[in-house]
Write a protein of this length. Sequence first.
Length: 314
Amino acid sequence: MNKNTKIGVAGFGTIGSSMSALLSGNGYSVIAFEQADRVEAAKQGFRSIFTVLEGRGLVTSAQTAKCESLVTVTSDYADFAECEVVFECLFEDMDIKRTCYGQLDKHCPSLKALASTTSAMSPEDLKECIPNGKERVMVAHPFNPPHIVPFVELVKSSTTNSAAAQMVYDLLEDCGRKVCVMEKCAPGFIANRLQHALLREAMYMVEQGMSSPRDIDKALKYSFMPRYTSVGLFEHQDGFGMDMVKNVQNYMLPHLCDSKGAMKMVTDCVEAGQIGQRTGQGIYPWPQAEIDRFRRDAAEPYWKYFNWKLPKTD
């Protein structure tokens, strides 16, 4: 990718600031949009990313300053005029995205690719938000935080231009991301479909009295999950042998959960107002010390993937 490619980030909140850190950390100039009354708070969030990175010895203060110099925050989409690629990182509200896409269509004559970081909305619906150039629209869904977690799933609509998708793919790969392409969109995309299939079965086992949340979490952390950071699911099955997989599935699959809605365990927590860390209680109790521990542990496996092509400093 040409480092002179003009990149826009629409929305400078949690995901947008993290995407901006990733892009600037790999030498790209970014113009980021945020509402005027949120700009200063958003800038503080962006700086806090580099505070953590400096604390871990991954960047120097000079490199932080260089990355900050590559990011310009604006509240006027007219400043996106030279952008060729835009990552839309706005709140999951179709009306908000429609307003943004209309502004981009109006102010970005050079726009070649528009990639939403949405975790839920289909590119088939998103492309209807832009008046012209629907073939430029796609989803590029990262896992949070994008500046640390290397995975991004690229989801095309039925009309996404192959050149536009390739441009986003190449840009993300140049930033060290592992890009997985979903040629045909489906709710949940790739990773969340897999995650929630596993979660459904885990919750079913709790509801049926088979085991406790603590022991199921322990089983996951100390059985197959560590293996899947080194080998893939399909690789693993080939290691077993498909004849064995066939026998296991014929015996076991009829007994697995096939619920078509949210599990009772989830709805009970929501109805009780115990939604998790934000309320101090969910499946588990969450005192602040446990929240801090969780955040450290959740990020820890990904630090080994930190591979920014940091810009040169003076």
